[in-house]
Ligand binder design. Structure first.
Ligand code: ATP
Length: 302
């Protein structure tokens, strides 16, 4: 049954493991990444309209494109095309996820738009269909739909759900200005070549899940997770934005169990031992830092 307005809440993510293989002939990199959804959310609201219209409000809104390049718009168009309907919808995005922060904000909005338009247009798309559309829209989009925790392989879009045995407390320190994900991958390749190695998939071992990290999630152990966190893109992000090294150091000095760049950055993620420690840690970043709990549910109609 078509409805008159649908709001979908979608979470940000942090990659608690991001292992980057070599560059493939198609230009992508093989990944083994462990996604963890965190309780920092965008909300996508769909209402009927003549044609497709995008509006946005909230944090960083000036950096969100409001045209057909918006990932939420692309998701609506892809769904409409798949079902042979007109993409008539007004999508309003309330942004709380930092833009170009390595937290999959655009991907979250794409997943949110798919779920919202599916309900608004009364399509009843099966979950597998929505997941296939997500994978076409971007490597991080399927995880935004499912949430929780998952191992991502391929470009990150092939998901295996992972068990999480407890809550983890995070603080995310937002940096001024974003980092382009393709630029960070290019820098990662450049650093590999500069170090005398190869950047090609054919020459490098295929990345795999870190068993210690998967066990830490399953046990809900923050100390074990802190010891296992890894991000192969971190050196590249820090090379492009040297101030990130100071941010990571400041979080550790303020009591974080561990610090890492979130995805391709520049947002930095800090794991805290408790909610109280996370609140205190957030106070150490006058430029803006946000406590968030994980795991969080995927795209949910609210
Ligand atoms: P990821 O972690 O998946 O690599 P990210 O969090 O670093 O992504 P996004 O916030 O998704 O980056 O934004 C990357 C770029 O995508 C932005 O600079 C913006 O121009 C564009 N973009 C398109 N649609 C959106 C959207 N709905 N929200 C934010 N940015 C969008």
């Amino acid at each position: 049954m078509p409805v008159s307005t649908v709001t979908v809440r979608v979470p940000a993510k942090v990659n608690v493991q991001l292992s980057v293989g070599g560059r493939r002939p198609d230009g992508f990199h093989d990944l083994a990444t462990v996604f963890l959804a965190v309780g920092l959310y965008d909300h996508v609201t769909a209402t009927p309209a003549d044609g497709l219209r995008i509006t946005a409000a909230g944090r960083d809104v000036g950096r969100v494109p409001l045209d057909a390049t918006n990932l939420a718009a692309r998701a609506a168009v892809a769904l409409a095309k798949r079902y042979g309907v007109e993409p008539d919808v007004h999508l309003h995005i309330d942004k709380d996820i930092p833009v170009a922060g390595g937290m999959a904000g655009g991907s979250a909005d794409a997943a949110g738009a798919l779920v919202a338009c599916d309900a608004l247009w009364g399509l009843g798309a099966p979950r597998e269909e929505l997941l296939a559309l997500c994978a076409e829209l971007g490597s991080d989009v399927p995880f935004s739909l499912v949430g929780g925790a998952a191992l991502g392989t391929g470009r990150g879009e092939i998901l295996t759900p992972l068990e999480v045995g407890g809550e983890f407390h995070w603080v995310f320190a937002v940096a001024e200005g974003g980092l382009s994900t393709p630029d960070v991958y290019r820098e990662c390749d450049r650093l590999r070549l500069a170090g005398g190695g190869s950047d090609l998939a054919a020459d490098l071992p295929a990345p795999g899940a870190d068993a210690a990290l998967v066990a830490a999630l399953r046990e809900g152990s923050a100390a074990a997770l802190a010891a296992a966190l890894s991000n192969d893109l971190q050196a590249a992000s820090v090379a492009l934005r040297p101030a990130l090294a100071d941010t990571l150091g400041a979080g550790l000095a303020a009591g974080a169990l561990a610090a890492l760049v979130s995805g391709s950055g520049p947002t930095c993620a800090f794991l805290a031992p408790s909610a109280a420690a996370a609140a205190e840690l957030a106070g150490a970043f006058p430029g803006g830092a946000y406590p968030a709990l994980s795991p969080a549910a995927g795209a949910t109609i609210v």
